[in-house]
Design a binder for this molecule. Structure first.
Ligand SMILES: N[C@@H](CCC(=O)N[C@@H](CS)C(=O)NCC(=O)O)C(=O)O
Length: 259
């Protein structure tokens, strides 16, 4: 743990989850140690009563800080940046801080729904398509939000078409073009100048998925930025593997449900 604080951190996450990866990268950049608890989304541990008591939305991640449950990856990372100020992961200038927040919101509002299409097709559809109607209704009843009930119902009965997945990857490609534009205007190697910020960390899980789905398409500045990001010690500390490996890892290494 950095500094003299005795804060206890327990992190509920899934290895292949983009939102979880954002927080793992932030924890790693801060040099924080924590107890990691990987959930198996394919076994619906995130829909169990014990987990919904921590995160009522029934999604990962969730960071327990001295017993206080923090949810929403962008907000968790901002919390970490304030609670553990070194190294700073936000710019000093209020206008630039605003821009980082705007970028993080865009990633969550636009890139997350886009990445769900290939991700859910690869990992949730093979599970959900096997359900009988009765099992589907039973699974849906445990899901606390309409949005996720709709997604699981789609996976079970009406999976995304190739055209929908392609359109989603176009959205991620557009994100990489926005990254290129930021880098063209940046005074340093990162999206907002010489300091690595949450903006860089929050883009990373979506860039890796884009690269996996459409390899070799990053523009020159983005490709250099991408290499620099993955060369940081935080990349290996955060244990970000391929989507396939991390999905398999999730199933193999998931925690046991608390009794
Ligand atoms: N806005 C949320 C999004 C979290 C989210 O969508 N988590 C996904 C994994 S990346 C999840 O738990 N999916 C499982 C499900 O919906 O059943 C955040 O940033 O924390």
């Amino acid at each position: 743990m950095t500094g003299s604080r005795q804060t206890s951190l327990t992190f509920y996450h899934a290895w292949s989850s983009s939102a979880s990866r954002k927080v793992r990268l932030c924890l790693a950049e801060k040099g924080l140690t924590y107890v990691g608890k990987a959930l198996d989304l394919g076994r619906f541990q995130h829909h169990s009563a014990w987990y919904k008591a921590l995160n009522p939305s029934g999604i990962v991640p969730c960071l327990l800080v001295d017993g206080l449950a923090l949810v929403e990856s962008n907000l968790i990372d901002e919390y970490l940046d304030e609670a553990f100020p070194e190294p700073a992961l936000m710019p000093d200038d209020p206008a630039a801080r605003y821009e980082v927040r705007r970028w993080s919101k865009y990633v969550d509002d636009v890139c997350l729904p886009a990445v769900q299409k290939p991700n859910w097709t690869r990992s949730m559809y093979p599970i959900a398509k096997l359900w009988s109607d009765a099992e589907l209704e039973q699974r849906l009843a445990a899901i606390p939000t309409q949005e996720r009930r709709d997604l699981w119902r789609r996976m079970a009965r009406n999976p995304f078409s190739e055209a929908e997945i392609d359109a989603a990857l176009d959205i991620l490609e557009d994100m990489t073009l926005r990254i290129e534009a930021y880098l063209e205007n940046s005074s340093g190697p990162w999206l907002f100048g010489h300091r690595l910020t949450l903006a860089d960390l929050h883009a990373a899980p979506y860039v890796i998925r884009f690269e996996e789905e459409r390899p070799g398409r990053l523009r020159p500045l983005t490709a250099r930025w991408w290499d620099a990001l993955r060369a940081r010690p935080s990349w290996s500390t955060a244990e970000i593997g391929s989507y396939e490996d991390d999905s398999a890892r999730t199933a193999a290494e998931a925690i046991k449900d608390p009794a």
